[in-house]
Design a protein around this ligand. Sequence first.
Ligand code: IPD
Ligand code: CA
Ligand code: CA
Length: 275
Amino acid sequence: MKPAGVDEQLLQRARQAARQAARRSGRLQIEGLRASRRVEHKGTYDLVTDVDRRCQEAIVAILQAATPSLPILAEEGAAASRLPDDGWIVDPLDGTTNYAHGYPAFCTSLALRLRGRLELGVVYEPLRDELFEARRGRGATLNGQPISVSETTELDQSLLATGFPYDRLEQPETNLDRFCVMTLRTRGVRRGGSAALDLCYTACGRLDGFWETRLFPWDVCAGALLVLEAGGRVTGLRGEDYDWSGRDTLASNGHLHQALLQALADLPPEAPFFG
Ligand code: IPD
Ligand code: CA
Ligand code: CA
């Protein structure tokens, strides 16, 4: 049954446009890998390449043509990071540090929010030609096939991912303490370098969970919807309702969520070693 208040035609149009934009962005990323990349600094460790900007321009043109009434919050040049009640949320290239170095882990992440609810999430990883999609209430897919989270129930059998904020030299909390604790208590903690992919890999069971702080809506919205639609759970790091801002994200297969919350809260008394 059609959910009340959802404009089905708009959503269909938006979904086609998001797929097209993500694939176009992926082609630009592959082409750009073969050329030398221009890299600029937004901060000490926060990079942007000419390809990030080219991808954003192409995505914005496609989304604007298909859904002219919807505003677009896109990372590059964004004046603010406030989540819009209605509109697109775009990370043209998630994994820019990897990309700048030619390390093969990056993607494009697009999400659509309507009336304050996340409706669509599309993430495209061009090197493996993997298109992850989620629609609220309708599940999540990878290249059109339904996906679901893992069934792991024990922390010591889990594989996790995390990341470290760009402003780690300026802020006391670096995530290194949590990384140490989780590394000792799990099969491993990956630092993939693309939060959107970490979330997609949690959604399809390649990872059992992911946490990170001080991200932005464009890093997390599409991937977090994927995790939820694949049967997982997403909250803040203390178990609070997820606010989609990216400030604080814990995503898991659901079975491990309580254990992860407990372990993250359970830093040794002598912490912080690193902050
Ligand atoms: C970054 C990636 C990375 C995460 C950073 C993000 P960007 O996004 O998602 O995995 O650790 O905090 O900012 O800058 O490559 O779009
Ligand atoms: Ca990002
Ligand atoms: Ca980015």
